[in-house]
Design a protein around this ligand. Sequence first.
Ligand SMILES: CC(=O)N[C@@H](C)C(=O)N[C@@H](C)C(=O)N[C@@H](C)C(=O)O
Length: 674
Amino acid sequence: MTTPFSSLDDFVALPRLSGLVLNREGTRLVTSVATLDPRKTAYRTALWEVDPTGEQPARRLTRSAAGESGAAFLPNGDLLFTSTRPDPDESEGEKRSALWRLPAAGGEASLLLTREGGVGGVATAEAADVVVVTGDSLAGSANEEDDAERRKARKESGVAAILHTGYPVRYWDADLGPGEPRYFALKDAAADGDHPLEDLVPSARGGLRDAHPVLDPEGSALFTAFTVPEERGSQRTVLVRVDLATRELAVLLDDRENDYSPGPVSPDGRFLAVVRNRRTSADLAPRTSLLLLPLDGGAPVPLAEDWDRWPAPAAWLPDGSGLVVTADDDGGAPVFVIDTATGSVRRVTQDAAAYSDVSVSPDGATAYAVRSSYLFPAEVVRIDLASGTTVRLPNPAERPEVPGTLERVESVGEDGQPVRSWLVLPEGASAASPVPALLWIHGGPIGSWNAWTWRWSPWLLAARGYAVLLPDPALSTGYGQHMVDRGWGAWGQAPYTDLMAATDTLVAREDIDGARVAAMGGSFGGYMANWIAGHTDRFAAIVTHASLWALDQFAPTTDAAYYWQREMTPEAMRENSPHLHVGEIRTPMLVIHGDKDYRVPIGEGLRLWYELLSASKLPADDDGSTPHRFLYFPDENHWILKPQHARIWYGVVEAFLASNVLGEERELPPELGL
Ligand SMILES: CC(=O)N[C@@H](C)C(=O)N[C@@H](C)C(=O)N[C@@H](C)C(=O)O
């Protein structure tokens, strides 16, 4: 069977949908779709409209070489978006992200706001013409003009140095400073003319980094997480309210036991849904729960406290009687409604899919969402909130046909804990014709294999004849707090033994060839791949992407050191660090790392590579030859994002697996120049 997964060129060319917004009347849905640019070296996003009634085909709303994203509706139905497309009134000028408005009545999009530091996210109020944009300003600038001058001076001088006084100094793949995110209010966005900006929190000093403002329906206040520095390089996030008229900032929730972030405001403006994330320590695993915060000043009230899941609030029912949430649950992330009076939880969607970007129609009968699973990529659906019936709406793209089937399988961990996995089976797998297999380990480690991702596609391997097991071992979400607790701070124990139990179940199947099995994983999944390498030789090959190798080196050099230092004592780092077992490694390993990875810095990959060649049971020969391979991406981050590099990633992985698992040689991608 030929599917887009048979060819890497066809795979990278598949359109990728994300995000969804609904207008106030519930009559228009807008999503964003990324497609390959003509040179096939980048993705470009455009906005598409999806008909909520399901009657009309999806239609493309925007088109430009720069692409568009960040869609948000104004109450009058005009659509705001961000784009680096050129200003039609300027013949030349720098490419920077600006705010655009597409009128509901039709016609061309017009430029609404441009500024030196660019425009990041956009938040709109439901019932008032109030817009808050995020944008970068130099830490020392007093206003927009000052910021523009300072930027110009810095650029002209060629100085790139950044002086830090606090932590963190990097995030993901970017150096932090001297720019910092700020929030700007922009009033009367629906009207023509100039739109002066009001800097809402001029003294934020990095506190708004990685935060998203939530506006109340009347546009009178915004709520946001605000990061506060602590002693010894630590930090916490507190919940703040900013009055949009007076710019007064009030701290609503702040303690050292939890981080807080805002969910949506109730339709009557009386309550804020709040996500509370418990502060972790060596003995205390993370826990996520919900609060309802009365905005008249009362104490927060826990919501659905006894529900053993970690909810993500999405929207209120219009009458305020329920909060619509999603939560990881047994290999999916269904939609639930929590009764705000009683805290009782009702599951709405019944399929094994993962839902996100949920919004609710004005009559409260229908929800719209993005849904995906390991069978299909993200797509827009309509959900009947009473019955749970879910309908796929006419989308910008059809579902790609997958070359095989998906099964749910269960194993039993050493302590009796059920360990659940998805199993991707290629066509033709049978007892008469058993297939080679891959154990693919997810990252996080707090997470679940429950939604489609373009970064890890088991179907590309299935198209080449492999079965792929996607297990959710200890530390995975969707199986209750106990599943997280039992792996906390002890990664080499339950997470490892759960993975081995899942592998035992895999190789016991008649349709799997247990002698031809490899293991692979990225990030924390790469950590586990490295740990496996030092503790068993049951796998024919191991692929380790952006992996943690020496925990005492990783923990202080990652971009969020405080996060990992809370979990790992020096003793736990010694007990769980893969590098201390390099002398036991006798499995060929493919190491993959991007130099711009600040989450798992390149030092992990470099040290792993050198120690494999110098100290493993399969060291480099005296002529320098080795069964191991190192695929290095000088300009990629924690994830391999460029389409041409994704093709190389899969091409090299496939050749390495073919050589070590199947005993067959494959041609390497010619672009490697070998
Ligand atoms: C702050 C922090 O480190 N957060 C973690 C969620 C994280 O980024 N973990 C990585 C080591 C990881 O495993 N990432 C996975 C989810 C990935 O695929 O990038």
